[in-house]
Design a binder for this molecule. Structure first.
Ligand SMILES: [Zn+2]
Length: 447
């Protein structure tokens, strides 16, 4: 019950996480400031006749200091309006050279509104002669700028805010589309849908996939959680596979993960099976994944999208936990390397270091050894997850909680293996088979 109350407290809309943002910085046009998104509404129109996707966004944000607000959007922003006045949007480099968007007008502290338009072509495929569209808001965490900003204007991962998507299929009187999402979807007219997402999601949490009606094989069922909830589950597959097989695997993994870490932290689960060997990607209570990576991606609904990394430097933690499980929760008196700088990226880094799997699971196996007198690392992770679900974590937060739980001082260990110098690393560090780098054309084939 105590955990339920905690969950309710942190689920309040527009959680202020600005203290987790990278440092503001100076540019030749003045101070660039990170801001706190309160709400974002994305009106997305799939024009089936013109085969074009348009977005009109309205963002309400709070500035805590005076300066030019930062956000991100990979496609070109157009027709931007700040507090009712036209404004330019520039693409600038953060201090580490990473690109980011900046509103080219200074704002005082307070609440502001930004409107802008864009089109996007990433992971969109139109049928011929107005026969529907396939589109997915998939993400990649090992690559840079591959979260929500591929499609719509978003904040960086440090922010959690309520998103509403209004999706219109224009050019037809009645939309014949299926929608798969981890938000709450309502059909508002014959060709329009509204999707409301939980306010604890970050820019890497939302799952949205639409396909022409009947294109995928779909199975809906419920899973009885250990906390008594009947959790709605949707699995869907393409013509070459059977959703029944995917369902059986999902049920098995639900039971394992709930036994280890506690109740599923999401209102539902939606999973799309992609081709064998393509790996997968996790969203919050959702995934697109091959059957072989389903367990890894469901684990991420606890670590990655149950508790979320606040930045790219914290991204190794959830991949290390997932990989530690993939390899059978090993316990080792020493990691299989002498030292690394795995968590020492720039404060502005947004993607996860691809060495997180191999080095991270060795470090977790070592932490499990260090924590053996207090129940091992899994005992810690269970409490850590249940206490901090739906919130963001940093590396320091993880370390501090490990030390509090165990009574150990882990400073030397982190300074050596995570924040140190590369020592004794294998000449080749295998990237995970679970998060393969897929080309743009390969991703289009999965739609
Ligand atoms: Zn992973």
């Amino acid at each position: 019950m105590k955990l339920l109350i905690l969950g309710a407290l942190v689920s309040l809309p527009a959680i202020a996480n600005l203290h987790l943002a990278p440092p503001d910085f100076d540019t030749n046009r003045g101070r660039a400031i990170f801001v706190d998104f309160k709400t974002a509404t994305y009106d997305i129109t799939y024009d089936l006749k013109k085969r074009q996707t348009r977005v009109l966004s309205q963002i309400t944000f709070e500035a805590m200091a005076e300066g030019r607000p930062l956000f991100d959007l990979v496609p070109l922003p157009r027709n931007a309006v700040l507090n009712g006045r036209p404004v330019a949007i520039r693409e600038i480099a953060a201090p580490d050279g990473a690109l980011i968007r900046q509103v080219d007008a200074s704002v005082p502290p307070g609440i502001h509104t930004l409107e802008l338009s864009n089109t996007f072509t990433e992971n969109v495929k139109y049928g011929l002669f107005g026969r529907g569209v396939s589109s997915a808001f998939w993400i990649r965490d090992l690559k840079y700028r591959k979260f929500l900003e591929q499609y719509v204007p978003s904040n960086l991962e440090f922010d959690q805010y309520a998103v509403t998507m209004n999706v219109t299929f224009a050019g037809v009187s009645e939309a014949k589309q299926d929608i798969y999402t981890n938000g709450a979807v309502t059909r508002t007219s014959s060709n329009r849908y509204q999707i409301k997402f939980p306010s604890f999601y970050t820019a890497s949490g939302h799952y949205f996939h639409t396909t022409p009606k009947g294109r995928k094989k779909r199975l809906d069922f419920t899973y009885r959680s250990v906390d008594g909830r009947d959790i709605p589950v949707t699995v869907y597959t393409s013509w070459w596979s059977r959703p029944g097989k995917f369902k059986q695997e999902a049920l098995k993994i639900f039971a394992e993960l709930e036994a280890d870490y506690g109740p599923w932290a999401h209102d539902s689960f939606v999973a799309y099976e992609t081709l064998p060997g393509t790996g997968g990607m996790e969203h919050a209570g959702a995934t697109q994944t091959s059957l072989g990576a389903l367990d890894h991606e469901m684990l991420h609904s606890y670590f990655a999208k149950g508790i979320f990394p606040a930045n790219g430097n914290a991204g190794w933690i959830d991949e290390a936990i997932a990989s530690w499980r993939d390899y059978g929760y090993q316990r080792k008196p020493l990691p299989g390397f002498g030292g690394s700088n795995l968590g020492l990226g720039s404060s502005y880094q947004r993607n996860t270091d691809s060495r997180a799997y191999a080095l991270g699971r060795e470090f977790m196996a070592y932490l499990d050894y260090r924590l053996q007198d207090v129940g091992g690392l899994k005992a810690f992770l269970r409490g850590y997850f249940q206490t901090y679900k739906h919130t963001l974590i940093t590396q320091e937060h993880f370390k501090n909680n490990l030390e509090f739980f165990s009574g150990l001082n882990l400073t030397d260990d982190f300074n050596t293996y995570i924040w140190g110098e590369n020592v004794g690393l294998p000449s080749r560090i295998d990237p995970s088979p679970h998060h393969r780098t897929l080309s743009r054309s390969n991703l289009l084939k999965l739609l």
